[in-house]
Design a protein. Structure first.
Length: 139
């Protein structure tokens, strides 16, 4: 969704940034994990397919995707690289385009060292707040 292409959401534990082509190699690396494939009901993709998926998600009007960054790592670096701070992703799927108040949120904390630290909870709360704000702004 292009709506969030210039949006950064800052929480205490996580930073949400739009999913761009720069994130694809790390994301693709995560998705080679059989455990993550099983937990996300995903099929393995080639790197080229992963780039195509990222482009399609950016264009789809019914999906909004952010990459979840570890805020502590991101803020500690003099010039942070988002890829080095990646923890997972959070997605908002609009389930009824005629009623944008209906949707589904999915969170994946792919980086094992980031699990159990509240990143998923905060990412979901930030996404709910963002989705609500975006809905209010479009009315």
């Amino acid at each position: 969704m292009r709506l969030n292409q210039n949006t950064l959401l800052l929480g205490k534990k996580v930073v949400l940034v739009p999913y761009t082509s720069e994130h694809v190699p790390r994301y693709h690396e995560w998705m080679q994990s059989e455990e993550l494939q099983r937990l996300t009901a995903s099929e393995p993709l080639t790197l080229e397919q992963e780039y195509a998926m990222q482009r399609s998600w950016r264009e789809d009007a019914d999906k909004c995707t952010f990459i979840v960054l570890d805020a502590e790592k991101w803020q500690a670096q003099p010039v942070p690289t988002e890829e080095s701070c990646m923890a997972g992703d959070v997605n908002l799927f609009l389930t009824n385009l005629e009623d944008p108040t209906l949707g589904e949120i999915e969170v994946m904390i792919a980086e094992p060292s980031c699990r159990g630290r509240g990143f998923g909870t905060e990412a979901a709360l930030l996404m709910m707040s963002y989705g609500g704000d975006a809905q209010t702004d479009s009315e």
